[in-house]
Design a protein around this ligand. Structure first.
Ligand SMILES: C[S@@+](CC[C@H](N)C(=O)[O-])C[C@H]1O[C@@H](n2cnc3c(N)ncnc32)[C@H](O)[C@@H]1O
Length: 477
């Protein structure tokens, strides 16, 4: 298995593919799936463009349908999984009478989680562990599902991760914790667990206490190092966090580092089947573990690839990527199959904020596919943030489209426009583009430029003074 592996796919497909993930091959699984939060998670916009139509990153609303009916029958028919079917039926009983026909369904959510958690047990090594990240919306039901799949005896901790970011209600205590359920694969085999320590402060220190303390923090307070508890106070990713990439529900690196250090060793394989913008794989890379990330969104996996390559200075081919175009043929095939995903993929890799519209429609964004932020250095050495509009064409580029891009640049009052297309269309862009330039202290740059998908795959950047990349492609700056 390669050291770094990314899949843009439903994790169910990868987990059920024994050649992709052989039985007993993974040391640690951390998953942070949708929580049944009844929300759409969008990619945000900032500044003067924040009124643009939001783009969905992923959807966390669940309904009961034909597919669920089939899965429930399958799970009920197998004596080894019958208890899971009972838990799903329990959820159906609990939600009975709560709304109309098309009501959202906790049972559908649980069933979808159960069929993905089952093969996770298969891929774990005997010495392996799994951490399921969830929140109180469904954690008590998920605990039952985890007990049914991994066994009550293999339950180790319910970690409470407390944080302080986000809003509060005046009608109840601030809901400021998530739950992480920690199970091991087998009670018989020894499992990897590296004891972690945390500072322990004593407020009622007996005389002589200071002398036995070995550590003093930045405020001069003395502490001992004690065994880490299952209540963790780690800052969440807030608006001003340096780690923030803008991907909704991004988790802090410190949280993942703690889990990875505790339940794996250098060289071990860490799997995150719902990897979002790649916090787990980033922490795994930093801690010298091998890793596998899966996310259903091509956009997310494009972002991760850039994040890892930029943060660790890795070459383009050091990450094996499945489901995301790695060659021109694959990029062309995605463009033919799904224009919308193709646009998202290009914007993810180039580092642009998406402003996607459905293919074939002119959304309120006027057909702009993305906005790429960059800085221009003016004569007084000040860095001025500016934008380039990104237009993505997976097929032929017409002369009209190139001329229209200049009109859009003027209409949006931005500095530049980039037409991303395949190399064989670049001549049209070059012939038809406005030859105007803009300047900064380093020289002149084209107002309108073509940028080929071939260049994108070779990890080069468009000609702009200073593109903003924070640990990789950034959605928010
Ligand atoms: C809560 S986010 C994970 C955030 C991640 N821990 C991070 O720090 O960036 C959940 C992710 O699961 C992905 N997802 C949803 N359904 C999926 C599925 N069936 N297979 C794989 N990924 C899925 C979504 O695209 C989303 O990126």
């Amino acid at each position: 298995m390669p050291d770094r592996l990314l899949y843009a796919d439903d994790c169910l497909n990868v987990l059920n593919d024994e050649s992709a993930l052989p039985t007993g091959s993974v040391d640690l699984i951390y998953l942070d799936p949708p929580f049944n939060s009844n929300s759409h998670y969008n990619l945000p916009f900032k500044g003067k463009y924040k009124t643009a139509r939001p783009v969905e990153a992923f959807n966390d609303i669940w309904f009961w349908g034909d597919e669920e009916e089939t899965h429930l029958q399958d799970v009920s028919a197998d004596p080894r999984t019958r208890s899971l079917a009972d838990i799903v039926r329990l959820a159906q009983i609990m939600e009975r009478g709560e709304g109309g026909q098309k009501k959202r369904s906790l049972a559908a959510y649980l069933l979808n989680m159960a069929i993905r958690l089952m093969p996770m047990r298969r891929v774990l090594k005997d010495s392996g562990s799994i951490y399921l990240h969830c929140d109180p919306t469904a954690s008590h039901y998920l605990k039952l599902i985890m007990d049914a799949i991994f066994g009550q005896k293999n339950f180790r901790n319910e970690v409470v991760w407390g944080y302080r970011t986000g809003g509060v209600s005046k009608k109840w205590f601030g809901r400021k914790h998530d739950v992480i359920l920690f199970y091991v694969h087998s009670e018989k085999a020894p499992y990897t667990f590296n004891l972690q320590k945390e500072p322990s402060y004593s407020t009622n220190s007996p005389p002589g206490f200071k002398e036995i303390q070995k550590h003093q923090d930045e405020y001069g307070r003395w502490y001992t190092l004690a065994t880490m508890r299952d209540v963790w106070d780690i800052n969440a990713i807030g608006r001003t966090s340096k780690e923030r990439l803008g991907y909704p529900t991004q988790k802090p690196l410190a949280l993942l580092e703690r889990i990875i250090k505790a339940s794996s060793n250098e060289g071990d394989i860490v799997l995150d089947p719902f990897c979002g913008c790649g916090t787990t794989v980033h922490a795994a890379e930093a801690l010298k573990r091998r890793w596998i990330g899966i996310d259903i969104s091509t956009f997310a996996t494009g972002l991760i690839r850039k994040r890892i390559e930029n943060s660790f200075g890795l070459s383009v081919d050091s990450i094996v990527v499945h489901g995301v175009p790695a060659t021109i043929d694959e990029a062309k095939s995605l463009a033919r199959r799904d224009k919308f995903e193709f646009e998202k993929w290009v914007c993810g890799v180039i580092g642009a904020e998406g402003m996607f519209h459905e293919p074939g429609t002119k959304g309120p964004d006027g057909g702009v596919d993305g906005l790429l932020k960059f800085f221009r250095i003016r004569e007084n050495q000040r860095l001025v943030p500016e934008y380039a509009i990104v237009q993505v064409k997976g097929g032929n580029v017409t002369p009209d489209a190139v001329r229209a891009l200049k009109a859009t640049v003027d209409q949006f009052d931005v500095t530049a426009g980039i037409m991303v297309c395949f190399e064989d269309q670049m001549r049209t862009v070059e012939n038809q583009r406005s030859k105007e330039t803009f300047r900064d202290v380093w020289g002149a740059y084209p107002v309108i430029q073509g940028f080929s998908v071939e260049n994108l795959l070779a990890n080069t950047d468009p000609r702009l003074p200073f593109i903003v990349k924070r640990q990789g492609a950034s959605l928010i700056v």
